[in-house]
Write a protein that binds this ligand. Structure first.
Ligand SMILES: *[C@@H]1O[C@H](CO)[C@@H](O)[C@H](O)[C@H]1NC(C)=O
Ligand SMILES: *[C@@H]1O[C@H](CO)[C@@H](O)[C@H](O)[C@H]1NC(C)=O
Ligand SMILES: *[C@@H]1O[C@H](CO)[C@@H](O)[C@H](O)[C@H]1NC(C)=O
Ligand SMILES: *[C@@H]1O[C@H](CO)[C@@H](O)[C@H](O)[C@H]1NC(C)=O
Ligand SMILES: *[C@@H]1O[C@H](CO)[C@@H](O)[C@H](O)[C@H]1NC(C)=O
Ligand SMILES: *[C@@H]1O[C@H](CO)[C@@H](O)[C@H](O)[C@H]1NC(C)=O
Ligand SMILES: *[C@@H]1O[C@H](CO)[C@@H](O)[C@H](O)[C@H]1NC(C)=O
Ligand SMILES: *[C@@H]1O[C@H](CO)[C@@H](O)[C@H](O)[C@H]1NC(C)=O
Ligand SMILES: *[C@@H]1O[C@H](CO)[C@@H](O)[C@H](O)[C@H]1NC(C)=O
Length: 331
C-alpha cells in the first residue's frame, strides 16, 4: 500500500510538473524566446522554423545555438529555407548574438536593418545569396567585435564604406557578387589590427587601386570582374606575404617585366587585362599552384623552369607575342 501511495504521489507530481509549466526545465531565456517568436511571426511562421514551438525549450530549436553556461542565444543561422520577407528588426533584440547568418534565402528582400547595429557582441555576420538590396551599411563599423563579414551574392548597391577599416579584428570581408560602384577606399590600406582578406569580385568598382594598399601585408586579394584600371604592381614586391591574387577581368595596365613577386605567392590570376612587357624570370622561383596571364598584351619568351611549364597553354594564350613552351616556340 505504502509504495503505491508513493508512486501515485510521484506520478501526480510528474503530471503536475509537465502540465503546469514546461519552463521548469526550460534553459531558454524568456526574453530571447519572445524575440525569436517575433522573428518567426515576422516571417509568417514558415515551415523552415517549425521546430520553434513556444511549448518547448528554445535552446532545442533548430537554426540557433544557446551558450552552454548562460543559455542566452548566441547564434542565429537560418539558411536554405523557403523564407520570404525582410529581416525583422527584432534580430537586434538578441543582445548576446555572436553569429548572425541568413544564407541562401532568395526570397529574403529589403535592406540590411539598422537594428543589427545593436548586436555589440557580434563576431560573424553572414547575409549571402539573398535578394537583399540597398547599401553596405556604415553602421557595421560600430560592431567592433566583428571578425568576419560576408555580404556576398546579394543585390547591394552604392560604394564600399571606408570606415570598415576601423574594425580591428576582421579576418575577411566578402562583398563579392553585388552591384557595388565607386572606388576601393583609400582607408583599406590602413587597417589597424588584422589585415583582412578582401573579396570584392563581380561588382562595378572603378578607378585605380589606392597606393595605400601597398603598405599592408594582405594574404588574399580578389578584385576580379570589376572595372579597375591602372598599375597594381605595388601590391607585389619581394618582402610582401601575399598568397592568393585574383585581378582577372579588369582594365589593369602596367609593365610586368620588372615586377618582383614574393615567395609566398601560390595563385596568380591576371587574365583579361591590358598588361604589357615580358614574364619576369623571377616567376620560375615560385611554387605556384595556379597561374593565368592569358588575354593580355604580353610578349617574349616564357621563362623556362620552376612551375611555369607545368601549366598548359590556356594559362598563357591570347597575348600579343608570348612564346615558348607550353606555347609554340619563339621565332
Ligand atoms: C562555462 O563556464 C565554465 C566555468 O566558468 C568555463 O570554463 C567555460 O569556458 C564556459 N563555457 C562557455 C561556453 O562559455
Ligand atoms: C515556398 O513557399 C511558398 C508559400 O508558402 C509556396 O508557394 C512555394 O511553393 C514554396 N516553395 C518551395 C520551393 O518550397
Ligand atoms: C520564393 O517565393 C515564391 C513565391 O511565393 C515561391 O514560388 C518560391 O518557391 C520561393 N522560393 C524559394 C527558394 O523559397
Ligand atoms: C531573387 O533573385 C533572383 C536572382 O538572384 C531572381 O530570379 C528572383 O526573382 C528574385 N526574387 C525576388 C523575390 O526578388
Ligand atoms: C610584411 O611581411 C614582411 C615579411 O614577413 C615583413 O618584412 C614586413 O615588414 C611586413 N610589412 C608590413 C607592412 O607589415
Ligand atoms: C578569378 O576570378 C574569376 C572571376 O571571378 C574566376 O572565374 C576565377 O576562377 C578566379 N581564379 C581563381 C584562380 O580562383
Ligand atoms: C622591402 O624591400 C625593399 C627592397 O627590396 C627594401 O628597401 C625595404 O626596406 C623593405 N621593406 C621592409 C619593410 O622590409
Ligand atoms: C589597352 O591599352 C591600349 C593602349 O593603351 C588601349 O588602346 C586599349 O583600349 C586598352 N584596352 C582595354 C581593354 O582597356
Ligand atoms: C585562364 O583564363 C582564361 C580566360 O578566362 C581561361 O579560358 C583559361 O581556361 C584559364 N586557364 C586556366 C588554366 O584556368
Amino acid at each position: 500500500m505504502k509504495t503505491s501511495l508513493v508512486s501515485i504521489l510521484s506520478l501526480s507530481l510528474l503530471i503536475f510538473l509537465s502540465l503546469s509549466s514546461p519552463s521548469l526545465s526550460d534553459r531558454c531565456n524568456p526574453q530571447d524566446k519572445k524575440v525569436l517568436l517575433e522573428i518567426k511571426a515576422a516571417f509568417n511562421n514558415p515551415y523552415h522554423l517549425a521546430s520553434w514551438n513556444p511549448k518547448t525549450d528554445c535552446c532545442d530549436w533548430y537554426s540557433l545555438e544557446c551558450d552552454l553556461n548562460t543559455s542566452r542565444v548566441i547564434a542565429l543561422t537560418i539558411f536554405s529555407g523557403n523564407i520570404s520577407g525582410q529581416i525583422p528588426a527584432a534580430v537586434g533584440d538578441l543582445p548576446f548574438l555572436k553569429n548572425l547568418e541568413f544564407h541562401k534565402l532568395t526570397n529574403l528582400t529589403g535592406t540590411i536593418p539598422s537594428a543589427i547595429a545593436k548586436l555589440k557582441n557580434l563576431q560573424e555576420l553572414t547575409l549571402s545569396w539573398t535578394n537583399l538590396s540597398g547599401p553596405v551599411p556604415t553602421f557595421l563599423t560600430q560592431l567592433t567585435n566583428l571578425n568576419f563579414i560576408d555580404l556576398s551574392f546579394n543585390d547591394l548597391t552604392g560604394s564600399i564604406p571606408p570606415s570598415l577599416s576601423q574594425l580591428t579584428k576582421l579576418n575577411a570581408i566578402h562583398l563579392d557578387r553585388n552591384k557595388l560602384t565607386g572606388e576601393i577606399p583609400e582607408s583599406f590600406g590602413k587597417f589597424t589590427g588584422n589585415v583582412p582578406d578582401l573579396y570584392l569580385s563581380h561588382n562595378q568598382l572603378t578607378g585605380a587601386v589606392p597606393k595605400s594598399l601597398g603598405n599592408l601585408n594582405f594574404t588574399v586579394l580578389d578584385f576580379s570582374r570589376n572595372k579597375l584600371v591602372g598599375d597594381i604592381s605595388f601590391l607585389f614586391g619581394t618582402n610582401k606575404t601575399i598568397q592568393i591574387v585574383n585581378f582577372s577581368r579588369n582594365k589593369f595596365e602596367f609593365d610586368l617585366s620588372k615586377v618582383k613577386f614574393p615567395a609566398s605567392l601560390t595563385s596568380l590570376d591576371l587574365n583579361h587585362n591590358n598588361i604589357t612587357g615580358t614574364l619576369p624570370e623571377g616567376l620560375t622561383a615560385l611554387n605556384f599552384q595556379y597561374l593565368n596571364v592569358s588575354y593580355n598584351r604580353l610578349c617574349g619568351q616564357i621563362p623556362v623552369g620552376g612551375k611555369l611549364q607545368s601549366f598548359d597553354m590556356y594559362s598563357y594564350f591570347h597575348n600579343r607575342c608570348l612564346c615558348g613552351s607550353p606555347l609554340p616556340a619563339c621565332k
